[in-house]
Design a protein around this ligand. Structure first.
Ligand SMILES: Cc1ncc(C[n+]2csc(CCOP(=O)(O)OP(=O)(O)O)c2C)c(N)n1
Ligand SMILES: [Mg+2]
Length: 325
């Protein structure tokens, strides 16, 4: 992969990291309502997916995909600030502040929405993919899921149906080793999820989800496969989330150090770029620019108005406004 492309991806990873760190800070200060699952540590997989998804494709983000959602806005003519404002519950948010972290959607940029019920969109993604296939559109319907979804019935039903109907689905499974605090090795029949998926008979690969080059190349191959009408594709990204569960850390010091220091996707990408003689200053400049951009998004969100109560049911029930009841 050429240096220019690696630098673009490096910048995108910084967009995500700065977004999540800024958001986490504001959440801890009590400025962000609801719950917050951050994508910290999983920036490479989200950046790799964002780099390939067109506005005419669709993706169902998982509960840690704020960064992917913001990048989709940026790439497809939307505004990344609308994702930040949504998380702050403001009227300028992508769903007018009514969706929040777990229910923000914007089909105009391909974002078909997360759902708080893990795995629920494993069925919906099939419907979108079937529509693409019947209309002979070379589009990709992508479901981003965690290892926790793999134990659910919908996971297996979805892979089976995608296989027998040869549907254009990309399953992007972020295996970060735990569902809440349950290790994948205890909760799943195989800790290598790719081995479970292979039984359905379409291409399934396992990649280092923290290596941006490896992750991006895997996504590129998957998109080529799906767009050329050859049916579904499954990628297991091995990754790790910085966030534990609610509060406190349940993982060993060695494990935390391995992932946060030795296997940090951004540090790994920086090392690759430095080896290619990219000056360190240039990398620092990218980080600073993204941090500044995100601080501006946070100011925008904080300065935005709260949603209007009279519009609470607008876009929820057609033609049924609170004021009219
Ligand atoms: C159907 C369902 N069961 C339980 C939950 C509660 N829950 C929220 S996050 C989570 C763990 C998800 O694990 P994983 O998919 O591996 O994602 P991670 O948080 O590790 O990124 C669970 C069980 C839920 N949201 N939906
Ligand atoms: Mg997990």
């Amino acid at each position: 992969m050429d240096i220019g492309r690696q630098l673009d991806l490096y910048r995108d990873m910084w967009t995500i990291r700065a977004f999540e760190q800024g958001l986490e800070r504001e959440f801890e200060a009590g400025n962000v309502p609801g719950m917050l699952h951050t994508g910290l540590g999983q920036e490479a997989t989200q950046a790799a997916l964002a780099a390939h998804l067109e506005a005419t494709d669709c993706f169902f983000p998982d509960h840690r995909c704020h960064g992917l959602n913001a990048l989709a806005q940026q790439r497809h003519g939307g505004d990344g600030r609308s994702i930040m404002a949504e998380l702050f519950g403001r009227a300028t948010g992508v769903c007018s502040g009514k969706g929040g972290s777990l229910h923000s959607a914007d089909p105009s940029v391909g974002n078909f929405g997360d759902n708080a019920v893990e795995g629920s969109y494993m069925a919906t993604v099939l419907g979108v993919a079937l529509a693409y296939k019947l209309r002979r559109q070379d589009r990709v319907a992508c479901a981003v899921i965690g290892d926790g979804t793999v134990g659910r019935g919908e996971f297996h039903e979805s892979l089976n149906m995608a296989a027998i109907w040869d549907l254009p689905v990309l399953y992007a499974c972020l295996n970060n080793g735990y569902a809440i605090s349950l290790p994948a090795a205890q909760g799943l029949a195989s800790a290598d999820i790719v081995d479970l998926a292979r039984g359905y008979g379409f291409p399934c690969v396992q990649v280092d989800g923290n290596d941006i080059v490896e992750a991006t190349e895997a996504v590129a191959t998957a998109f080529d496969h799906i767009r050329s009408g050859r049916g579904p594709y499954f990628i297991e990204f091995i990754t790790w989330r910085w966030q534990g569960v609610f509060s406190g850390e349940f993982r060993s010091d060695e494990e935390v150090k391995y992932w946060k220091v030795d296997h940090d996707p951004i540090l790994m990408a920086a090392e690759k770029l430095l080896r290619l003689d990219v000056p360190e200053d240039r990398l620092h400049a990218i980080e600073s620019a993204e941090r500044e951009r995100i601080e501006e998004w946070i100011r925008f969100a904080k300065d935005s108005p709260e949603p209007d109560l009279a519009k609470a049911t607008a876009d929820v029930y057609i033609g049924w406004e609170v004021a009219g009841r």
